[in-house]
Design a binder for this molecule. Sequence first.
Ligand SMILES: *Cc1c(COP(=O)(O)O)cnc(C)c1O
Length: 232
Amino acid sequence: MTKDQVEARLAMVTERIEAAARRAGRRASEVEVLPVTKGHPARGIEIVKALGVDRIGENRVPEAEGKRSELGLTPGVAWHLIGRLQRNKARRAVRLFDVVESVDSVRLAGTLSRIVEEERREPVEALVQVNTSGEAAKAGLGPDVALDAVAEICELPGLRVAGLMMMAPFTVDETVVRPAFRRAARLLERCRAEIPAFEGRALSMGMSNDFEIAIEEGSTRVRLGTVLLGER
Ligand SMILES: *Cc1c(COP(=O)(O)O)cnc(C)c1O
């Protein structure tokens, strides 16, 4: 992918976001794009940065470390971890990422909290990953336990809980995907209503194949790989 190609794709994606927001009576400015650079060379990060996007998503710690050592520091670009994080890689993640979107257990949150306290002054921004897809194999806290877990995670020092993240089922069937997004949006509302310490507004949901539906259902951040940067 060249910069010109990504620029054209970003313009097209921006139009689709605007149209989806309009359909839902929302403002497009409520939705931010997280370019997912996983599976692409480090240059992908430089390209999106040059296009004025100030955040990128990576799903694996070792791959992100490789890119960081290739690029050096990337001031003005927030690195978001969006993939499953094993606790034995939590320290490396804390050193590398500004935002961890894939906090999928109280235990992982506790580990991150302790490490942040040991390692740095500033809290890490965290999203709690929820699983509203009904698929048992998917990462994330189920709707039945999510509320209590979010409340516990909000008490931990070193983490600033900014909202929720979810992944929809891998299908193009809108009658499956849309309700999963809707349940996540409702869960966010419940967290905001019932957990005083929770002020999160971020709802990270929607990928290349389903981001418009996610926006119609309340997403504030769409994580876009293929549609922006091409096939991996
Ligand atoms: C890879 C990935 C994405 C982006 O996927 P695309 O379908 O290429 O847009 C979004 N979120 C997560 C968690 C991912 O792992």
